[in-house]
Design a protein around this ligand. Structure first.
Ligand SMILES: [Zn+2]
Length: 209
């Protein structure tokens, strides 16, 4: 299994290929590996991303079958089943890198901003459960000068929401906390730009945060 930093480099290389319009032959050929994967998998990274149709994880990282263990949910929020999925991958396959992947112009974050400005009546409780998990990140920003604007508020809210999910994964599970401390598990936060196709890792590396 790759180390967390080796895995991160592999993702970065794949994203560079995607953003520049190149697909690797290895990725394209991975369908030929389908039979090899029947007996088992060893994904080198876990990605918790948004359900947004413009952010398909394997495509934007130019990876193939068996490479990534992907969890997608609107707003890349962390609910108990998502923590469980990460625990499963880390324990079962020895995967050492977890990336929370937000993206620009996220509809779930935008919906949360709108909900805070004009609370909707009769909102579905299921949808509310997503908004409620994004809400604390947005509320903090709405106490600042950003509250009047929309574009910059949403830009910062996207990142605040990614940081909140990273922190939740790091501290919401004794199993993951232990793996971070003793087994080299790394949880980082990243943002995909719809505009350029590039992924930027902005949280959880050597900055110590
Ligand atoms: Zn989104």
């Amino acid at each position: 299994m790759l180390t967390a930093l080796e895995a991160l480099e592999r993702l970065r290389e794949g994203n560079r290929r995607f953003a520049s319009g190149v697909r690797s032959l290895e990725t394209l050929a991975s369908q030929a590996r389908r039979q090899d994967l029947v007996a088992g998998q060893a994904p080198f990274a876990v990605i918790l991303g948004c359900s947004d149709s413009r952010v398909p994880v394997e495509i934007i990282f130019d990876q193939g079958l068996g490479d990534l263990f992907v969890i997608r949910v609107a707003g890349n929020i962390v609910a108990p089943s998502h923590v469980g999925s990460v625990e499963f991958a880390a324990a079962e396959f020895g995967t050492r890198l977890v990336v929370v992947l937000g993206h620009s112009r996220c509809g779930a974050v935008t919906a949360t901003v709108e909900e805070l400005r004009r609370p909707a009546e009769n909102q579905s409780p299921n949808l509310r459960s997503i908004v409620d998990r994004i809400r604390p990140s947005v509320e903090t920003l709405m106490e600042t000068d950003l509250k009047g604007g929309t574009d910059e508020l949403i830009r910062q809210a996207v990142r605040a929401n990614v940081r909140a999910s990273v922190d939740h994964l790091r501290h919401g599970s004794a199993i993951l906390e232990d793996m971070i401390r003793t087994e080299g598990l790394l949880v980082v936060g990243a943002e995909y730009a719809l505009e350029t196709g590039a992924v930027e890792v902005f949280h959880g590396l050597s900055d110590g945060v």
